[in-house]
Design a protein around this ligand. Structure first.
Ligand code: FAD
Length: 390
């Protein structure tokens, strides 16, 4: 008979539950009050960054030896989930700090780790991740950004597109072609700094949702960087980029879970207040069944996301986990599809009011959509899952 050790689900510890309580209270007090204005004005959520930094929550994944909190993968998920529950734009701060810096953590030299992780952990700098290009989205290996060796330096030229927190971040992990004859095996990863000569940014994209998270092009015009800024060996950049996504797709699942939970919590309160036919609409079984389905889907998404976080943590701790790629893709795909369904249902439960910006569920529905698209669309997640079936 299988013992409990075979049971793969990751049960949050008491510390995880305490962390959730702390982040929820902080998010409700310091981030939620600005969420509507951040969306309406399409501005960076500075209040959220300040509150996260004041509480050391902007990059909890950074290991302790580099000055970070050393939070495990589930703790990182919980921080992102609770911030996204009130403001998805703000949750991009901890999520993209992990995405941008994980290549350095996974494959960088000791010197790179010391130089770049400390400022991130302190809140002095943010980190972005530059993989996508105008003509290389789902087929990221088709990128054209080039790095050419010049003595002790590399010279980068090209354009990255859709870069989250571009212009706000100090540091950028940039994937670039170093040997065009080898396709994905001819791609290398580098750390580029915002202040490097030749780095510039496009205008912020005008988006459907996550309007508080700046998304811009990044231009590299003869950017000359020291050779020791390469992350790992030459030609390993694409593999590092993909390994990174195995871990960070789980943080997108966390965003999706958070926004779905936020929409359900809001709708649950609303249906008790709103009266039609002489009673609260919560008394109608048709409404109760919708709430039950929404909650059921969130519970399933949460279980899968935490299972994937457990696998991510086992790998981060140096263990083996053959299903991480599958689980990361499955969690991201399932949780984001759930977020889209649940937030759409929340709008439905508020009727005409739900369709206006006077209520937060309209913003949540728009914000949820991105979780089905970035870090690989959900079609791409299905391709990844099919190639890595357990
Ligand atoms: C707001 C935002 C923030 C982002 N942040 C970042 C970031 O910080 N860093 C970064 O590097 N990138 C980022 N991205 C890029 C994002 O990851 C890409 O948009 C995404 O991977 C899809 O690429 P694409 O937009 O070029 O779509 P395309 O690849 O052109 O896809 C178009 C459609 O075709 C489908 N499709 C493509 N290939 C297949 C296939 N083989 N089978 C079935 N369907 C397929 C796709 O699923 C999609 O529905 C961000 C994007 C957005 C919108």
């Amino acid at each position: 008979m299988a013992g409990t050790a075979d049971f793969d689900l990751y049960r949050p510890s008491e510390e995880h539950d305490m962390l959730r309580d702390v982040v929820r209270a902080l998010a409700e007090a310091k981030i939620a009050p600005y969420a509507a204005a951040v969306d309406e004005e399409a501005r960076f959520p500075q209040e959220a960054l300040d509150a996260l930094v004041a509480n050391d929550l902007q990059a909890v994944h950074v290991p302790e030896e580099y000055g970070g909190a050393g939070a495990d993968a589930l703790a990182t998920v919980i921080v992102i989930e609770e911030v996204a529950r009130v403001c998805v734009s703000s949750s991009l701060i901890p999520a993209v700090n992990k995405l941008g810096s994980l290549p350095v953590i996974l494959a960088g030299s000791e010197d790179l780790k010391k130089k770049y992780l400390g400022p991130l952990a302190k809140g002095d700098a943010m980190f972005s991740y530059c993989l996508s290009e105008p003509d290389a989205g789902s087929d990221a290996a088709g990128m054209k950004t080039k790095a050419v060796r010049d003595g002790d330096h590399w010279i980068l030229n090209g354009v990255k597109r859709w870069i989250t927190n571009a212009g706000v971040s100090e540091y950028y992990t940039v994937m670039a072609v170093t040997d065009p004859s080898k396709r994905s095996k001819g791609i290398s990863a580098f750390v580029v700094e915002k202040s490097d000569e030749g780095v510039s940014f496009g205008a912020p994209e005008k988006k459907l949702g996550i309007k508080g998270s700046p998304t811009r092009e990044v231009y590299f015009d003869n950017v000359r960087i020291p050779a020791d800024r390469m992350i790992g060996e030459e030609g390993t950049g694409f593999a590092t980029a993909m390994k990174t996504l195995d871990h960070t797709r789980i943080t997108i699942a966390a965003q999706a879970l958070g926004v779905a939970q936020g929409a359900l919590d809001y709708a649950k309160g609303y249906v008790q207040e709103r009266k039609q036919f002489g009673k609260p609409i919560a008394d109608f079984q048709g409404i109760q069944f919708m709430l039950a389905d929404m909650s059921m889907k969130i519970s399933a998404a949460r279980a899968l996301t935490y299972q994937a976080a457990a696998a991510s943590e086992r790998v981060a701790a140096g263990g083996e986990e053959k299903d991480l790629t599958y689980l990361g893709a499955a969690a991201k795909c399932f949780a984001s599809d759930t977020a889209m369904e649940v937030t759409t249902d929340a709008v439905q439960l508020l009727g005409g009011y739900g369709y206006t910006r006077d209520y937060p569920v309209e913003r949540m529905m728009r914000d949820a959509k991105i979780t089905q698209i970035y870090e690989g669309t959900n079609q791409v997640q299905r391709i990844v899952m099919a190639r890595n079936l357990p």
